[in-house]
Design a protein around this ligand. Structure first.
Ligand code: COA
Length: 326
């Protein structure tokens, strides 16, 4: 059987760090409040000259290097992002040009914090169908550019980063075993960016009202996130006839430490099965899972044959899981 196997991981975070103590100077908050409610200590912020495609390109280069694959061998590039360089064309097109990946089709997936897993699922399907041999799947965001820096409920949560994986068609038992995607569009206004799509075109009034920034009802999102991430994780295990003890590493979307703990508890995971780095990066939306996977991989926490469960939730609402044997 042909499976899609991860052969390289890479990530990139901008140099500038914004700590909770820095935020204390901008909004009415405290390091203690942010740490206890979210687990976040600091987040990275892109420099003015950096675009989402630059973060994505840097992460992709590192993944290609680890995989030992040249850019011109890649036949598809999919970027999960909600903060692309342009409304269109896709940020993946910029990445394709930056890398010189002349043989790759390239497009973006907009599924908010589930964007990387939705993108991964598309790439895996094309590999399993025999339409692709080597793909780059990337999650990349500059969320700090769509923050309302006067809203203490949201601006302390998010950061900028990119993560990437190279996946290749390989015979055998190792690789991505299944992906599971879900959506509920009925509650999208609990977590969204109202402007400036075609519904709300830019105007001075809308800019003044911060319609172009992220809007969120944190309490409501919290509850749905925990329930959805736990449910999809259980579905992934059941469909592969596995139990929670089979998981060597659970890599969830890094939204908030309390969401991660509550989700892990509902699934029945032990602390040492869960990878956490939200304290250093905050919520980087589509980038959290590939960034975490790359950190875990480079730290030697993942061995050949390990079972990994990836799990995400985001605006839309969208939620997703992927189960894989490394
Ligand atoms: N510093 C200090 N106080 C803050 C604050 C901050 N950064 N942010 C909010 N508060 C205040 C609120 O204004 C509120 O004060 P009020 O009662 O006077 O209005 C108080 O803290 C409690 O707010 P509440 O909403 O009950 O806090 P909470 O425990 O739910 O934590 C979140 C708020 C945003 C941290 C939490 O709801 C959350 O993490 N939600 C999920 C968000 C998320 O992860 N979204 C992305 C999913 S992909």
């Amino acid at each position: 059987m042909i499976r899609a196997r991860i052969t390289g991981t890479g990530s990139y975070v901008p140099e500038k760090v914004l700590t909770n103590f820095d935020l204390e100077k901008i909004i009415d908050t405290s390091d203690e409040w942010i740490r206890t409610r979210t687990g976040i200590r600091e987040r990275h912020v892109a420099a003015d000259h950096e675009n989402t495609s630059d973060l994505a390109t840097n992460a992709a280069k590192r993944a290609l290097e680890m995989a030992g694959v040249n850019a011109d061998e890649i036949d598809q590039i999919i970027v999960g992002t909600i903060t692309g360089d342009y409304p269109w064309p896709a940020t993946a097109c910029v990445v394709q040009a930056n890398l010189g990946a002349v043989n790759a089709s390239a497009f973006d997936v907009s599924a908010a914090c589930s964007g990387f897993l939705f993108a991964l699922s598309c790439a895996v399907d094309r590999i399993e169908a025999g339409h692709s041999k080597k793909a780059l799947v990337i999650g990349a965001e500059i969320l700090t550019r769509i923050m309302n820096w006067e809203d203490r409920n949201t601006c302390m949560l998010f950061g900028d980063a990119a993560g990437a994986v190279v996946i290749e068609a390989r015979e055998g038992e190792n690789g991505i075993l299944s992906t599971h995607l879900y959506t509920d569009g009925t509650q999208l206004e609990l977590l969204y960016q109202p402007g400036f799509g075609t519904k709300l075109l830019p105007s001075a009034e809308l800019l003044e009202s911060k319609a172009h920034t992220l809007h969120m009802q944190g309490n409501e999102v919290f509850k749905v996130a925990v329930r959805s991430m736990a449910e999809v994780a259980k579905i992934a295990l059941k469909e592969n006839s596995m139990s929670v003890e089979d998981i060597d590493l659970f890599i969830p979307h890094q939204a908030n430490i309390r969401i991660l703990h509550a989700t892990a508890k509902r699934i029945g995971l032990k602390d040492d099965q869960v990878f956490i780095n939200v304290d250093r990066y905050g919520n980087t939306s589509g980038a959290t899972i590939p960034l975490a996977m790359d950190e875990a991989n480079r730290a030697g926490l993942i061995k050949e044959g390990d079972i990994l469960l990836l799990d995400a939730f985001g605006g839309g609402f969208t939620w997703a899981a992927a189960l894989l044997r490394w």
